[in-house]
Design a protein around this ligand. Structure first.
Ligand code: C2E
Ligand code: MG
Ligand code: MG
Ligand code: MG
Length: 289
């Protein structure tokens, strides 16, 4: 059980060890096929500026619909892919697909793509990103790579080198799920992120009686502003939550209260019908304050 402990859906008891291993292997096999058979696609979730409701960008989220398994959530299949080389292929496909999609959007809209720590540890990542940009023709500053604190477990020098190489391509880097890992402040000193994404777990509890979550959100927004980083608060579902995060200084929100992740065609329809009002001066001139 130790190997897979804490892996959400695939947590198991020792007696089920064999079944669990077999299930993971079968998921991995199907996932390899999925890429070739076109069972994978991306949805895009808007990031919205609270002050005026304008969409400033969208996060690409991977989806898998298997003929028998039905929809499998990325929370289930990404960890399986990360245990093998397959995450590099999935990640490359996601980067290419997202850049091509974003190329069809107004220039004021960015696209964010999740990059696994396994990909980050792969020296080939910068050329994968560069190829996705070159292929699509997308402006580098319209691509934001979402990294998590788990990239910092490796060798410090290599982490810094990878960081510099990615920044050198002109892409933006965001620290995803902030507050859920070790959240060492030395990461923020060492690594020049453009954005911090506050994890949904703080939002979930921010309207409860003990006001610590709301205060932590305020502190992260303040820290982020002080370091000239943007902040997106993730997972806002309800109006009372929106009120709290707004009153604690948040400017950008990503959550079901504004929109669930959307299919590419729906994004294009909304853009065409003007439902995606664009920030007049564009996100390039957006400042945290
Ligand atoms: P994440 O990067 O933190 O993405 C945000 C997740 O929160 C998404 O779940 C999104 O649908 C969900 N979410 C956003 N707003 C709300 C809300 O208001 N309420 C609720 N309940 N959920 C909300 P999703 O799409 O299931 O993805 C889960 C995780 O899987 C992602 O977390 C990310 O870590 C990973 N993932 C998804 N796509 C990719 C990918 O292309 N590559 C990699 N490496 N990881 C991915
Ligand atoms: Mg993300
Ligand atoms: Mg997140
Ligand atoms: Mg998450």
């Amino acid at each position: 059980a130790a190997k897979n402990g804490g892996r959400g859906q695939f947590r198991f008891y020792a007696t089920d060890l064999k079944d669990e291993e077999q299930e993971r292997e079968s998921v991995l096999e199907d996932l390899r096929e999925a890429l070739e058979l076109g069972q994978l696609y991306l949805q895009y979730q808007p990031v919205v500026s609270i002050s005026n409701g304008h969409v400033v960008g969208l996060e690409a989220l991977m989806r898998w619909e298997h003929p028998e398994r039905g929809f499998v959530s990325p929370g289930q299949f990404i960890p399986v892919a990360e245990d093998s080389d397959l995450i590099n292929n999935l990640g490359e496909w996601a980067l290419r697909t997202a850049c091509e999609a974003a190329k069809k959007w107004p220039k004021s809209l960015r696209v964010a793509v999740n990059v696994s720590a396994v990909q980050f540890a792969n020296p080939g990542l910068p050329s994968v990103v560069a190829n996705a940009l070159a292929h699509s023709g997308l402006e580098p500053d319209r691509l934001e790579l979402e990294l998590t604190e788990s990239i910092f477990v490796g060798d410090n020098d290599e982490t810094e080198r990878m960081f510099a190489q990615l920044k050198g391509l002109g892409v933006r880097l965001a620290l995803d799920d902030f507050g859920t890992g070790y959240s060492s402040l030395s990461y923020l000193r060492a690594a020049p992120f453009d954005k911090i994404k506050v994890d949904k777990s703080f939002v979930d509890s921010c309207t409860q009686k003990d006001k610590n979550s709301a205060k932590i959100i305020a502190a992260i927004v303040g820290l982020s502003n002080a370091l000239n980083m943007e902040t997106t608060v993730e997972g806002v579902e309800a109006f009372d939550q929106l009120e709290v995060v707004k009153s604690h200084g948040a400017k950008l929100v990503q959550g079901f209260i504004y929109s669930r992740p959307l299919n590419e065609e729906v994004v294009l329809d909304r853009i065409a019908s003007g439902e995606f009002t664009i920030v007049p001066d564009g996100p390039d001139t957006y400042r945290p304050d």
